[in-house]
Design a binder for this molecule. Structure first.
Ligand SMILES: Cc1cc2nc3c(=O)[nH]c(=O)nc-3n(C[C@H](O)[C@H](O)[C@H](O)COP(=O)(O)OP(=O)(O)OC[C@H]3O[C@@H](n4cnc5c(N)ncnc54)[C@H](O)[C@@H]3O)c2cc1C
Length: 378
């Protein structure tokens, strides 16, 4: 009988699934489990929420992920609801059971973000319609408030301003709780260059401006009227469309419910830093990677791409009864690319701060959509 290897979460987890499906011995089959009924591309999500037609790039089906007749399986629209030592419980049924036994499993559960960084719906059709509605709402909005001065907030104002230049009169305010843009240990000059770019594009930047949204304000939707939001210095911002870009939270409630000791105090799954194997002995058959794990380095897709081959090497070695593989995870180089629409922006590679040309070529122009489509074979 064939044994199961599970990958739970089909964003960064899909890279592991693709590589494992090509290398697992015939004694094992891979089951990729994803709660959404589609694959989602967060990196292009902001442009998809602003520019009509672009939303199609954020979604992919799993129909061609494995070859027809492959022994490997994608269970999409299926949530893992409980983690056992050597089986998981799922929301649906697979082979007439709601539990799936496994030899080894990889947790790639990711993070939760406000829309549009993650979709509002678990159905592709609703997800697409939500983004189309957001495009219409942004078009209709007179004044847009983006809360958060990190890369997602900056990138979002860039998408809106590129589609609706200064001459359209659409007001855009970026409010951040700190005193600089792109905080978090990146070079000060990166934030300063982005400040200059945003100011030249007519973006009103409010520093040290933590915004407490009243409960009745729905983010990512056109508000019925212009609302006034108070700032800590006594100032006010008027807006009829608000987007939160204050970062993600690890999506690890599934682990917390039965294995709280497997999490660190930030809610990340604790892993051995070179093998990415979960440290909690009750979850000894699990690996964890990406935004849900405390693997060294930033939570980025770029890091996930470096982690996937490590998990694959170790799972393959275990499936072949070889024990440990020699491949070790090393923290990737610091890379931050912050486009402002397709052709402007700034970024940092290692110690070097880059301008528009490199930023556009490195990310802004394509937002890695061709790589996304290639991974899911669409
Ligand atoms: C706007 C934006 C722009 C970005 N730009 C960049 C960039 O340019 N470069 C870069 O490197 N990174 C970028 N990132 C970060 C990058 O998107 C994340 O680091 C990456 O998506 C992490 O991948 P992941 O697989 O760990 O998590 P996620 O992408 O969050 O995927 C987790 C998956 O697991 C599924 N899942 C969760 N729980 C369950 C369950 N119980 N059962 C089944 N399935 C489940 C979810 O539905 C989801 O599909 C950006 C992020 C955003 C929001």
């Amino acid at each position: 009988m064939v044994s199961n290897i599970l990958v739970i979460g089909a964003s960064g987890g899909a890279i592991v699934a693709r590589q494992l499906s090509e290398s697992l011995p015939p004694t094992h089959r891979l089951i990729l489990i994803e709660r959404l009924n589609f694959a989602y591309h967060p990196i292009s999500s902001l442009r998809g929420a602003v520019i009509p037609g672009f939303e199609e790039n954020n979604f992919a089906s799993f129909d061609n992920f494995f070859d027809k007749g492959s022994r490997h399986v994608v269970l999409s629209g299926t949530e893992v609801t409980k983690l056992g030592e050597d089986s998981v419980t799922i929301s649906g049924e697979f082979e007439e059971s709601n539990t799936i036994p496994f030899d080894y499993a990889c947790l790639a559960l990711g993070a939760t973000y406000p829309v549009p960084g993650r979709p509002r719906s678990t159905s592709k059709e609703e997800g697409l319609e939500n983004q189309r509605q957001m495009q219409r709402d942004i078009k209709a909005a007179k004044s847009i408030l983006v809360v958060g001065g990190g890369p997602v907030g900056v990138e979002f104002v860039g998408e809106v301003r590129t589609q609706y230049p200064k001459s359209t009169g659409k007001a855009i305010t970026l409010a951040t709780s700190g005193g600089e843009l792109i905080p978090g240990g990146w070079k000060k000059s990166l934030g300063q260059k982005i400040h200059t770019l945003l100011t030249s594009e007519g973006i009103d930047i409010k520093y040290n401006a933590k915004v407490n949204l009243p409960e009745d304000v729905e983010v990512g939707k056109l508000l019925p009227t212009l609302r006034s939001f108070e700032l800590p210095d006594g100032g006010k911002v008027e807006a009829d469309f608000v987007v939160m870009a204050t970062g993600g939270k690890p999506n690890t409630s599934l682990v917390k419910q039965d294995h709280p000791e497997a999490l660190n105090d930030m809610g990340l799954i604790k892993v051995e830093p070179t093998t990415l194997r979960v440290l909690d002995p009750k979850l000894g058959k699990y690996f964890a990677m990406g935004d849900c794990s405390d693997s060294p380095g930033p939570n980025t897709y770029f890091a996930v791409m470096q982690q996937a081959p490590v998990v694959v090497a170790h799972m393959n070695a275990l499936a072949q009864g070889k024990g440990k593989a020699s491949k070790a995870y090393k923290e990737p180089m610091n890379v931050m690319v912050v486009p402002f629409g397709p052709s402007q922006g700034h970024g940092q590679i290692g110690p070097f701060v880059m301008g528009s040309w490199v930023t556009s070529l490195g990310k802004g122009k394509t937002l890695f959509v061709p790589d996304f489509k290639k991974l899911y074979r669409v």
